[in-house]
Structures are given as structure tokens and as C-alpha cells.
Ligand binder design. Structure first.
Ligand code: TYD
Ligand code: MG
Length: 449
């Protein structure tokens, strides 16, 4: 009986567990992905403690030092981490291959050496490749590197060197030797992450883990990893473009609103603190509108472009790049019903300039006016920014932190701002505030242009 209990089957795609083998995983529907896992292969961490003492303590008695943060020396990275790295924490950095994860962590590792020993482990590159990259990026030559894929060997080295920061590049190449599965399988990834979490907690060592992203956008070893670590960051951007965005999707030590902006250059990544001009074309064309979105505490000026084309499909196409397609469809419905525009026989394409992703209702009116401009074939007045949320009734709703947004528009030289009539903002020096109550009022901006 006991030996029977020791065997189970785990889906290599989604981590689904069952006691009986099946050809098709009932959770994710993939075929032939269930692999046998024996009890000996189960997380050994069950028996080991995550750092000590099983007594409850009062929260007040915990010293601040336990949550002290260390700067990575890259302020855009610190911003996303919530102010710096926390000792004993695990940070997962996910992203497409070639986006710059290794480069970012190599640069951060070099800076962190000022605060204690750092160990950079690569399971992907040879020492010579690491050296090449390190010298390109101006990394401190004293940085300790290791090319290893066995978690046990890494743990032994951690015991010897006692690093305060550990970088694992990447989790998919790591193997926990007691498992028979190939590296990269869900069980291996889970086991390796469990071991790394234990290493982090017992040594009060912060561990950065690189995770590759699968075709459908999840970190391979789906979701699974995200539960196990303290912070999950995604590094995104167009590979053919220099701009890279670092975004927190989970953070036990800070907000998940912040983004870090970087530029990939000849000498590695450099941070972009001033976003002026990054997400606008600078011109003023029909079908374009500039807005100001908030990414955490940071206002960012973004241009929305739209293109309309008579459709040759029975259902016209709605394609949104850098924004949610459902939101675009909703805005088109409002434009048709409340604005009286006819768009039903046209394909609509919209785009956020510069590869940024708009996830802010404050950009609604800008998207709507960009599309309306395409319909009217008219421009908005020069140097105009448009801010407001659109409700289903066609009313322009107020947005949060309008003041910060208008201030950013003024700072970057915009002269007119279309804002919701119901907002409390009084005047703004050097800025002509155009208050609009309904969508149709906003259409008046197109007159004379
Ligand atoms: P990399 O950090 O290896 O990506 P990842 O670890 O996410 O797979 O980044 C590799 C890309 O970055 C590669 O296409 C080359 C480019 N790159 C530069 O443009 N400049 C540089 O200084 C470095 C180190 C890389
Ligand atoms: Mg890499």
C-alpha cells in the first residue's frame, strides 16, 4: 500500500497532479505530458525548515533590519522592486529570450558588490561568453561567476562563499539531481525553485531567478513559479527596438504599479528617467491624439494612433496594439451610439506609440478622439493633450491624479489640455484647459482643423 502511495503523475505543462496516468491532462488538455514522479523525488524541503524557529512572535518584535532594502545601483530597477532588494527574498525576472534579462542582472550584480558578496550562476552561457558580456557592460572584474546547473553544487558553493546576493540564470536550466526528469520540466523547475527559496531564507541571501517565457506569454513552468517567489518582474519590449520596460506583476514588498524604463545600447542597459518624447512621434496628424497615463506615480505622455479602412470582412476587424482590444471595442460602441459616428463598416486599428502598453482609463478619451479624427479626417489642435475616462453614457468621467498629468503635459510644452468638466482642477499656468462634459462636446476640438 505504502509503495503505491508514493507514485503520482504530474503534467509537465501545467503541474496538474493525479494518482492515475492519463493520456490527456484534464486541466490544460495537453497530450502525453503526464510523467511519473516517485515519492523520493518529492520536495525534500518538506522535511527541512525554512529558517529556524517554529515559535510565534509579535510583529512588533521583528527588527526592521529583516526587511532592510539594498539598492541595486539602478534606480529604475529599485523603483520596480519597491525601493531595493530585500534580504532573503526571491525575485523572478521573466521575459522573452534576448530581451536583456541576463544583461540587467549582470549589471545589478556588479553594483550589488558594494554591499556584500555576489554570486552569478549561469546555466546557459560559458565563462568566456559571460566574460565578454561583462567587459562590454563594464562589470566589476571581481564579480564571482559560476557556470553550473546542479542545485546541489550551487548550494555547496553558497555555503562556502556565503553570498548576500545570488543570481540564477536561468531556472529552466537548473536540475535538482534526485529527480530523473529532464531540466526544464515542471517538476524540475518546482524542485529547483523550492531549493532556491530555502537557500534564500536560511542564508538571508536575496536570490534573483531568471525565467524564460513560453510562446503564450507565461513563465515556463506556468504560474507555478509565481506562487513560490516573493516578487515577479517581467522584462518586456520589442526586440527590434531599444526600449525595455520592467514591470512588477507580484511584489510582496511593494506596489505592482511601477514600471522601470531602460534602453539597450552598445554597453548594456541604461536607465531612462525622463520619458519625454519616448512615446510620441512629435507630429500632429489626423487620427492621432496625445494623452498622459499614470504608471504608478509616474506620469507618461503617450500618443495614440488610429487607422480606419473600409472592411472586406463580414465582421469588421478591431486591432489594438499596446492596449486592450475589448476596451477599444467598447469605445467604438460608445462612439457609434453616443457620438453618432458610423464605424460599423470599417476596420479599426489603434496603436500606442513606442511600444508602451496603455492600461489606464484616463486614455479612453484620447483613443476615442484618435478614432473620431480618422472618421472626420481632421486633426486635433496643435500641442493638445487629451485626458478623460469615457463612460457608456458618453459622459467624460474624471480621472485620478489629473493634477500630476496636467503638470507633466505643461512641463513638456503642451498648450491645451482637454479634461473632464467635472474635475476640480482650477486653472493651470500656461495651459489652456478645455473642459468637456460629453463626448460630443469633445468633437468640437476638431472644428477649425
Ligand atoms: P540578454 O541579456 O542575453 O537577454 P536574455 O538574457 O533576456 O536572453 O540580451 C541579449 C540581447 O541584448 C542581444 O540581442 C544583444 C543585446 N545586447 C546589446 O544590444 N548590447 C549589449 O551591451 C548587450 C550585453 C546585449
Ligand atoms: Mg540570458
Amino acid at each position: 500500500m505504502a509503495s503505491k502511495d508514493k507514485t503520482k503523475y504530474v503534467c509537465g505543462e501545467c503541474g496538474y497532479e493525479t494518482v492515475k496516468w492519463m493520456g490527456c491532462c484534464p486541466q490544460c488538455g495537453s497530450w502525453n505530458t503526464l510523467v511519473e514522479v516517485t515519492a523520493a523525488a518529492q520536495p525534500a524541503s518538506g522535511g527541512r525548515r525554512l529558517g529556524g524557529n517554529a515559535r510565534a512572535v509579535t510583529v512588533g518584535s521583528v527588527t526592521e533590519r529583516d526587511a532592510a532594502r539594498t539598492s541595486t545601483g539602478i534606480s529604475e530597477f529599485d523603483r520596480v522592486l519597491g525601493g531595493g532588494v530585500v534580504a532573503g527574498s526571491t525575485v523572478l525576472v521573466g521575459g522573452d529570450p534576448g530581451i536583456g534579462k541576463s544583461t540587467l542582472l549582470l549589471q545589478a550584480a556588479s553594483n550589488l558588490m558594494a554591499h556584500g558578496p555576489v554570486l552569478y550562476v549561469s546555466g546557459e552561457e560559458s565563462k568566456a561568453q559571460l566574460k565578454l558580456r561583462a567587459s562590454r557592460c563594464g562589470v566589476d572584474p571581481e564579480l564571482l561567476i559560476m557556470t553550473e546547473t546542479s542545485i546541489d553544487a550551487i548550494e555547496a558553493e553558497v555555503d562556502r562563499l556565503k553570498p548576500r546576493f545570488l543570481v540564477i540564470d536561468s531556472i529552466q536550466t537548473m536540475t535538482a539531481p534526485e529527480l530523473s526528469n529532464a531540466s526544464g520540466s515542471v517538476t524540475q523547475i518546482r524542485e529547483a525553485t523550492t531549493a532556491l527559496t530555502r537557500i534564500a531564507k536560511t542564508n538571508a541571501c536575496a536570490v534573483f531567478i531568471v525565467g524564460h517565457v513560453t510562446k503564450d506569454g507565461a513563465i515556463a513552468g506556468p504560474r507555478l513559479l509565481e506562487h513560490m517567489v516573493d516578487t515577479v518582474l517581467y522584462f518586456e519590449g520589442d526586440r527590434h527596438d531599444q526600449l525595455r520596460l520592467l514591470r512588477a506583476v507580484k511584489n510582496r514588498f511593494g506596489s505592482t504599479n511601477e514600471i522601470g524604463i531602460f534602453e539597450m545600447g552598445q554597453e548594456g542597459l541604461s536607465q531612462v528617467e525622463n520619458t519625454a518624447g519616448l512615446f510620441v512621434t512629435g507630429g500632429n496628424d489626423t487620427g492621432c491624439a496625445v494623452t498622459c497615463i499614470m504608471e504608478g506615480n509616474r506620469p507618461i505622455i503617450v500618443e495614440v494612433q488610429s487607422l480606419l479602412n473600409p472592411t472586406s470582412f463580414s465582421n469588421p476587424r478591431r486591432v489594438a496594439a499596446g492596449m486592450d482590444t475589448n476596451r477599444l471595442m467598447l469605445l467604438i460602441a460608445v462612439l457609434e451610439r453616443r457620438g453618432g459616428l458610423r464605424i460599423g463598416d470599417k476596420d479599426v486599428y489603434t496603436n500606442a506609440v513606442g511600444g508602451i502598453r496603455i492600461d489606464d482609463r484616463g486614455a479612453d478619451l484620447a483613443v476615442a478622439l484618435a478614432v473620431a479624427g480618422s472618421v472626420f479626417d481632421r486633426k486635433l489642435p496643435e500641442s493638445t493633450a487629451v485626458i478623460g475616462e469615457l463612460s457608456l453614457t458618453g459622459e467624460i468621467r474624471p480621472v485620478d491624479r489629473l493634477q500630476n498629468r496636467v503638470a507633466e503635459c505643461a512641463r513638456l510644452g503642451y498648450k491645451h489640455a482637454v479634461i473632464p468638466a467635472s474635475s476640480k482642477l482650477k486653472d493651470w499656468e500656461g495651459m489652456d484647459l478645455i473642459r468637456v462634459r460629453y463626448l460630443r462636446d469633445a468633437f468640437l476640438c476638431f472644428i477649425d482643423n
